[in-house]
Design a protein around this ligand. Structure first.
Ligand SMILES: *Cc1c(COP(=O)(O)O)cnc(C)c1O
Length: 379
């Protein structure tokens, strides 16, 4: 076995150690105030994130799945209303639709960007369509300009699931630039530890530029109340802990550095793996930056699983995001979709292979990872 330091998909320990002193100061200050719920640390982090993203309002909440649920609740959808959603995504995007007794209407994705195919969105619209959820998958923005045009034309709000792309920017044809999560009616994100901005536990947030939506989101996340013990609408209990907010405030200062480290890794992979015919490297869309939550290869000729087995023998981990498209998940078969309905999503599930990308990868590790991949392909 080669003597390369153990390689992980994400290295949260290494990242933590570099900022440990600041993290402990932040934790200590929350401990001393003992304002564990909705304390000043939460308000502060909310405004820092608003400043960072340019969103007018940021509402912290318990996790990224709650954020999606709260977003759909705030839009006032009724059971049976249709929500258009890509089939190639993480389950949370679909789960909240089902939980609220709404109907997911799946659409296929673009084979290069892996994001929602906007032309298919327009075709999927019916009188019952009441929302569209765009997912900025793997760190790159969905094609928001045409999507927002459709949204405006049909008066159907867009919710952006920005759990994987916090920090990415999208450029419109008039050259204006906006952060992902701030362009639709509501944006959502997750601070799950392995996300680009990760807490040391669960966390999430909602973004909007609309003051009345902001008020509804805030109320719904807090038992439907504005004033304690007066409940005007049905809500949930979904809070970001003050401890996590304080930790996230520290880490937000490093988000740009983290993004740069991820891009350096991606550039290295791009330049080292680009002569392997049986691999398709991540496509970079023209109008979005890529914050590389994942670096996802497509492996041709049914070699994906053999590649993964080989890499494992070399101490190189890899993951399949995602092995099954949502329309074929057992839980959602009741909606009547079948194999063949979304061929691109299905094909991607057979070919995707995400390799390690995080903020702590060393040059030695990168050489080992790419060397192992090249060896598999006889290069
Ligand atoms: C992680 C993730 C979520 C859910 O976030 P949690 O904080 O784990 O609930 C939702 N959507 C996408 C695309 C994600 O990657």
């Amino acid at each position: 076995m080669p003597t390369v330091p153990q390689i992980q998909m994400v290295d949260l320990v290494g990242q933590y150690k570099k900022i440990a002193t600041e993290i402990h100061q932040a934790i200590d200050s929350v401990m001393e105030s003992s304002a564990f719920i909705n304390g000043p640390a939460v308000t502060r982090f909310g405004s820092e994130l608003a400043k960072y993203t340019g969103a007018k309002f940021v509402i912290p909440c318990g996790n990224g799945t709650d954020a999606l649920q709260i977003a759909l609740m705030a839009l006032g959808l009724q059971p049976g209303d249709e929500v258009i959603v890509p089939s190639f995504t993480y389950v949370a995007t679909v789960e909240v639709i089902a939980l609220l007794q709404l109907t997911p209407i799946f659409v296929d994705v673009n084979p290069q960007s892996f994001n929602m195919d906007v032309e298919l969105v327009e075709k999927a619209i019916t009188k019952q369509t009441k929302a569209i959820i765009a997912v900025h998958l793997f760190g790159q923005s969905a094609d928001m300009e045409p999507l927002l045009n459709i949204s405006n034309q049909h008066k159907i709000p867009v919710v952006e699931d920005n759990a994987q792309a916090l920090g990415a920017s999208y450029q419109f044809s008039d050259s204006s630039i906006a952060r992902t999560g701030t362009m639709g009616a509501i944006g959502t994100t997750s601070f799950f530890p392995s996300k680009n901005l990760g807490a040391y536990g669960d966390g999430g947030a909602l973004f909007t530029n609309d003051p009345s939506l902001a008020e509804r989101l805030k109320m719904i996340a807090n038992h439907g109340q504005k004033q304690k013990y007066y409940h005007d609408i049905v809500g949930v209990n979904s809070r970001l802990d003050s401890l996590h907010a304080a930790i996230l405030s520290v880490k937000l200062n490093y988000l740009n550095d983290y993004e740069e480290s991820r891009q350096t890794v991606a550039d290295y992979y791009d330049s080292t793996l680009n002569d392997i015919d049986e691999l398709t490297l991540p496509f970079r869309v023209e109008n979005s930056t890529h914050v590389f939550h994942q670096y996802t290869l497509l492996v041709k000729n049914n070699k994906r699983d053999a590649l993964r087995d080989f890499l494992q023998t070399k101490g190189v981990p890899s993951m399949i995001y995602y092995p099954v498209p949502q329309h074929l998940q057992k839980a959602y078969l009741g909606y009547g979709y079948k194999e063949g309905d979304f061929p691109i999503s299905e094909q991607l599930c057979h070919e995707v292979c995400s390799i390690p990308i995080h903020t702590e990868l060393t040059e030695e590790q990168l050489i080992h990872i790419t060397g192992s991949i090249r060896e598999f392909f006889g290069k």
